[in-house]
Design a protein around this ligand. Structure first.
Ligand code: HEC
Length: 102
């Protein structure tokens, strides 16, 4: 019973931020290896692929363009995520990525 109460409490506390949390988890799981946890792309791969920081990119690119790139991939170095992630997940993770520039 105690465990159940704990789970319920945790759920109630976390429920409003579920969408945000999902996006963060997806980003950290799937994108941060290259784009970096802070979006600055200061990772081994980011340097190797000469990737730009989100601070540089976000002002020049719309969310819609970023969603397209995330779905389809870019060049040889970034694979598309249309198969792995739902449209909502891609939208949320792009929003999360863009928010790192703020
Ligand atoms: C294997 C490394 C790698 C992974 C993993 C990766 N990307 Fe990328 N991403 C790149 C490269 C390389 C570019 C192209 C940079 C360029 O063309 O200047 C890029 C470009 C982008 C762009 C275009 C704007 C920009 O920042 O240059 C977006 C948006 C983007 N990625 C989102 C994502 C998201 C969201 C994920 C996770 C679901 C992800 N990427 C995972 C390597 C990666």
């Amino acid at each position: 019973m105690k465990t159940l109460r704990l789970i319920t409490a945790t759920f109630l506390v976390c429920a409003p931020s579920f969408a945000q949390k999902d996006a963060k988890d997806i980003y950290l799981d799937q994108c941060a290896v290259c784009h970096g946890p802070d979006g600055a792309a200061k990772t081994a791969r980011g340097r190797k692929l000469k990737m730009k920081s989100v601070h540089e990119v976000a002002p020049t690119m719309s969310a819609a363009e970023m969603i397209k790139i995330t779905e389809a991939g870019k060049g040889q170095d970034m694979a598309g995520y249309a198969k792995e992630l739902s449209k909502d997940q891609i939208k949320a993770v792009v929003e999360y990525y863009r928010a790192l520039a703020k």
